[in-house]
Design a protein around this ligand. Structure first.
Ligand code: MG
Length: 246
């Protein structure tokens, strides 16, 4: 089988966060026979919104590799086995840290460094910081494993968070705080489950440094934009994948 991990922000989604921009490429990949697995910094609630819009029923990876969500019944029970936990209609394999721990560490530092993040912002503030439409901002606020720093008055909080065992990732606009995980760690685990059933040829497309650990664990990597990764082929938009994948 062929499986492709797809990033959301700036890969499948444009500035307006509409599912329309990604619809065509997702459908084309599915019709070509690909298993499409979203692997994004976005929350479960946000990804459920896009999965519904794109009619996807495959597993997905949330909050920068913090957890793999596998729909109940997707894999035979002997494959998922006893690893992970059951949450609603999913089998969940967790790699990240519970949100409550990240949140309390940030609450401790918020005053000292002038930090603003989802947990101490109102819906209106989140819309202002992110540009997300209100409905999607509400879904982004349903955090399970990570926080996003929108604003800081001083630097120095990074070292304090890292000393406490958190990972601090600089994004293009914001800073992400997660546990000891990344997109590649979760992807490797999921690929391991698929390969118990049949050989897998794996692909990935993303645009940012947080996708690099993902590129390291797949057979074929595609990097949207101008960054460089030793293994990834640069493309100018995700639609180009259809031209290079045969
Ligand atoms: Mg991205």
């Amino acid at each position: 089988m062929r499986l492709i991990f797809l990033d959301l922000d700036k890969t499948l989604l444009g500035e307006d966060y509409s599912p329309e921009s990604g619809r065509k490429i997702v459908r084309a990949l599915v019709e070509t026979g690909f298993e499409v697995v979203l692997n994004s910094s976005k929350t479960r609630a946000e990804q459920e919104y896009y999965r519904k819009a794109w009619n996807l029923s495959s597993p997905f990876i949330v909050e920068n590799g913090s957890a793999v969500y596998i729909p109940e019944g997707y894999f035979p029970s002997d494959i998922v086995g006893n690893s992970g936990i059951k949450r609603e209609d999913y089998h969940v394999i967790e790699f990240g840290m519970p949100y409550s721990e990240i949140r309390s560490a940030l609450d401790e530092l918020a005053g000292k460094y002038g930090l603003k993040y989802y947990g101490n912002s109102s819906l209106e503030e989140v819309v202002g910081f992110t540009g997300l439409p209100g409905g999607l901002a509400r879904l982004a606020m349903k955090r399970e494993y990570s926080e996003t720093l929108f604003r800081w008055e001083r630097r120095g909080f990074e070292a304090e968070l890292e000393a406490e065992g958190f990972r601090v990732l600089q994004g293009s606009r914001f800073i992400n705080v997660i546990g000891e995980t990344d997109k590649g760690k979760a992807a490797r685990e999921l690929l391991g489950l698929y390969s118990l059933m049949e050989p897998v040829e794996s692909f990935a497309a993303g645009d940012g440094p947080n996708d690099f650990p993902l590129f390291d664990v797949v057979d074929h990597a595609y990097l949207v934009g101008d960054l460089r990764h030793p293994k990834a082929k640069n493309i100018s938009s995700v639609e180009e994948i259809l031209g290079v994948i045969k």
